[in-house]
Ligand binder design. Structure first.
Ligand SMILES: Cc1cc2nc3c(=O)[nH]c(=O)nc-3n(C[C@H](O)[C@H](O)[C@H](O)COP(=O)(O)OP(=O)(O)OC[C@H]3O[C@@H](n4cnc5c(N)ncnc54)[C@H](O)[C@@H]3O)c2cc1C
Length: 656
């Protein structure tokens, strides 16, 4: 319950009883249920017209409620895992369709695998892409709202083109063929200075459960004032901290960590310091080496959540240095990566890739890929028109088209026909609603999550199955909240709100990007979308255990709880600016990703395997006519890696 002027807000005041577009799709189920009610060819065989995606008005990006891995998308896979699927499944029906390639997973890796395969095999190559969600794109999911008659977009998952390393020749080559020039687009379309020009910047929300009182403090980004003078930034920081509910000891130590120039590891060389920092967590660095007040740890605890899905208790200090966390200024570490760093930290230490955010995140890249594979499904011809282009879902799976995308279809068994080493065909069994089908192809790319593959391919060698299981994906939640205006943000001087210990670690106004006909809101009186993120980790456990525990939490959290937490936190953070959750929230979409980021090895917890023996390398070995893609196979979570893995997998099949 939210306290307002000393009073607790009721459910009614929070707006829990308000009819906004989320109950229409309560728990994300309405569209899936409606789909399940379609008489699936009346048990006489698969008829494309009966596919849910061919129903009138089928348009998943506008669905609100629980999205991401929405109800209806994962139950079949879970029953396969639990060994119950085949006990209740209907007998598979053999389809007459025959393909050159079947791809399992319509994320960016699966779509890119189809693209690369077709590029080499020719445009006549027949390709079927199966996807268990109701939309293509995988994590690159689009959230679409129409507010006051105007299109507004947010990424439900993959946020932007941004990687620790420059895109490879293959990935940047694909971007070029799709017309995506991140540098040029960013320059032309992104108004990086917009909120700043209105006097808005980063703030911190201190919650009363942790810090004793609810307080939003603006002015957290002290170095964005245009002067690079260290004394002025330090004094701004001091002034910021003075307005916080932090104790004097914590304020003093935060100031020292952010602006001090102390060499806490004096006497060691840069390489020795880096090695030392790679073996302790940032939390340990703060407590044991910088010797801060324990309250400082609380202030920084969730700084790494967005990057790795765990807090500073489970991230090496060296990786945190690479990510720009404070405290290392006096150590005089040489720039650049070092041994024993995570993939992301090592890459960012060396520079990273260009960045560009499409209004729907990298869903635009998925849409560009689908346009290139099935042009009639996504009309238009430029990277600028893709953002507002409609998708004709009923044209994704047409018999006449060489490439077909079949949604709401979970692969449950993928096997080589005959001995893997001699196989010339693959048989794929998939379930859609209550029906089960088998279909054959000359080859198959599994671009789905690696830990599902042992269940799909029980015939794989045990060592490979074990390796695939090792990769535990990182759970997280991205919510998109439509507000009728953003005057409260303006009054309080914030565009971004970090909340070190609250349910949602981060909330921000939608980034201002104008591309093609798409226009971001300019006036605080206009409706806007707000992005909130949560990483349900469990500090204190090893990283992979935190991910598993977080996933369980997400699977049992109902939409109603996410909604209440959104209303409660926004009310508490923005109430003094006039924000009223019952009046100002127009719609809510919660993108729940129990299987989110691809797992990245963590030097604190993972062994140093000999080259070639890492689980992702052992796990992605081709098996007969089956190749394995997905960003998991690159042991990290980036779009370019998903593309690189697609290229490798397609090539393995084409070269075999
Ligand atoms: C919240 C979030 C934010 C991210 N932000 C960024 C970012 O800003 N920049 C960036 O570069 N990367 C980001 N990533 C990483 C992102 O995962 C990759 O960029 C990339 O999109 C992964 O693509 P993929 O095709 O390998 O996997 P996915 O996108 O996961 O696609 C795999 C698909 O296979 C489907 N599937 C699984 N099993 C089956 C089955 N049995 N049958 C049928 N289909 C199946 C899955 O449901 C899924 O749709 C983010 C990830 C998440 C979760």
């Amino acid at each position: 319950m939210t306290k307002k002027a000393g009073r607790t807000l009721t459910e009614h005041e929070l707006g829990m009883d308000r009819a906004i577009p989320r109950r229409d799709f309560l728990n994300g189920a309405a569209m899936t249920i409606a789909a399940a009610l379609v008489p699936h060819a009346l048990q006489t065989g698969r008829k494309e017209l009966d596919e849910p995606q061919n129903g009138a008005g089928y348009n998943p990006p506008i669905a609100t409620g629980l999205r991401g891995s929405h109800p209806g998308s994962f139950e079949i896979a879970h029953s396969l895992r639990d060994g119950t699927f085949w006990k209740t499944a209907s007998a598979p029906e053999k389809l007459a369709e025959k393909y050159d390639l079947i791809v399992v997973g319509a994320g960016i890796s699966g779509l890119a695998a189809a693209y690369f395969y077709r590029e080499r095999a020719g445009t006549a190559a027949k390709i079927l892409i199966l996807e268990n969600h109701d939309d293509f794109g995988g994590h690159a999911k689009r959230n679409e709202f129409h507010l006051g008659g105007k299109l507004q977009l947010l990424n439900g998952g993959t946020m932007l083109i941004d990687s620790p390393t420059p895109y490879s020749e293959e990935a940047s080559g694909l971007m070029k063929k799709l017309g995506v020039d991140a540098v040029a687009l960013d320059k032309k379309c992104t108004d990086h200075n917009f909120y700043h020009s209105l006097g808005l910047g980063a703030g911190v929300f201190f919650d009363r459960e942790t810090f004793g009182s609810d307080r939003l403090v603006a002015g957290a980004a002290v170095d964005d004032q245009g002067d690079s003078d260290e004394a002025s930034t330090a004094s701004r920081k001091q002034e910021f901290l003075a307005r916080s509910p932090l104790s004097d000891a914590v304020r003093r130590d935060v100031l020292r960590i952010e602006h001090g120039k102390i060499d806490y590891l004096a006497g060691l060389t840069s390489a020795e310091k880096k090695d030392r920092l790679s073996r302790i967590s940032y939390k340990e660095f703060l407590l044991k080496i910088a010797k801060v007040d324990p309250g400082v740890v609380t202030y920084y605890q969730t700084r790494t959540n967005g990057e790795w899905g765990v807090g500073i208790d489970a991230e090496p200090a060296l990786d945190c240095w690479a990510l720009g966390l404070p405290g290392f200024q006096g150590l005089q570490l040489e720039p650049g990566s070092a041994p024993r760093m995570s993939y992301s930290a090592a890459g960012y230490a060396n520079g990273g890739s260009p960045r560009f955010h499409f209004p729907d995140g990298n869903a635009s890249i998925a849409r560009l890929l689908v346009r290139s594979l099935i042009p009639t499904a996504v009309p238009g011809n430029s990277v600028e028109d893709i953002v507002a282009a409609p998708v004709h879902y009923d044209r994704l799976d047409l018999e006449a088209s060489p490439v077909r995308v079949r949604l709401n279809s979970t692969a449950v068994h993928v096997q080589n026909v005959g001995e893997p080493s001699a196989a010339r065909e693959v048989q794929v069994t998939y379930a859609s609603g209550k029906q089960v089908f088998t279909v054959r192809a000359n080859a198959c790319v599994l671009a789905c999550w690696n830990m599902t593959i042992p269940y799909l391919c029980p015939e794989l060698p045990n060592q490979q199955k074990e390796a695939l299981h090792y990769l535990v994906k990182v759970p997280l939640v991205y919510s998109s909240v439509a507000l009728r205006n953003w005057t409260a943000f303006q009054k309080l001087g914030v565009s971004d709100i970090f909340a070190p210990a609250a349910y949602w670690n981060y909330a921000r106004l939608n980034w201002p990007v104008n591309i093609g006909d798409y226009r971001s809101p300019r006036s605080p009186d206009e409706p806007i979308l707000v992005h909130l993120s949560r990483t349900p980790c469990k500090p204190g456990l090893p990283a992979r255990e935190q991910h598993k525990a977080g996933r369980m939490e997400l699977l049992v959290t109902p939409f109603e709880l996410f909604e209440r937490k959104i209303r409660d936190q926004l009310a508490r953070a923005l109430g003094s600016g006039g924000f009223d959750p019952s009046r100002d929230i127009e719609a809510i979409t919660v993108n729940r990703w129990p299987h989110g980021y691809g797992y990245e090895y963590n030097p604190l917890f993972d062994p140093e395997w000999p080259d070639g023996q890492q689980p992702h390398i052992l796990g992605r070995k081709p098996f007969g006519r089956i190749a394995i893609a997905n960003s998991d196979s690159g042991a990290t979570a980036y779009t370019d890696v998903a593309i690189d893995q697609a290229y490798r997998a397609a090539n393995e099949l084409l070269c075999a």
